[in-house]
Write a protein that binds this ligand. Sequence first.
Ligand code: HEM
Length: 122
Amino acid sequence: MSQQEKSLFDRLGGKDKIAQITEDVWLNHVSNPDVATRYANSDAEKVKAMVNEFVCWGTGGPVDYSGKNMLDAHRTMNITHREFMAVIDDVMRALDKNDVGAQEKNELLGLLFSLRDQVIHQ
Ligand code: HEM
């Protein structure tokens, strides 16, 4: 199977690698002054588990996502565009740290941006 035919899940490195990326995204969020307070009252293990499932599922992995849809997950938070961009930055830095390639980074970026209107101003 060529690289193009593989799912983004496989090209990111599968479950273990995505779990490591999720951990790094979380560490970036809680140390990012633009968004850290948003996560202050969250159950870290639960949010990480849900985000991990969501990314595995959304990139074509053999995983069922058991969490809320993006509209319900972020409803009443009134998240700003600036916060959305801060979260994207945190994800991109985590991808760099884990040596994810440019093609895969771009595809994940596209997926995240496609969710923007379900996440901000809700
Ligand atoms: C495309 C971008 C985003 C994606 C894919 C995403 C994904 C998720 C997922 C999967 C969950 C867990 C849902 C559940 O518990 O069932 C979650 C929770 C959460 N998200 Fe996002 N999120 C995004 C952007 C943001 C932004 C920009 C913020 C604000 C800074 C944010 C703040 C939160 C918070 C605070 C929680 C935890 C709520 C709790 O403690 O239950 N998210 N997100």
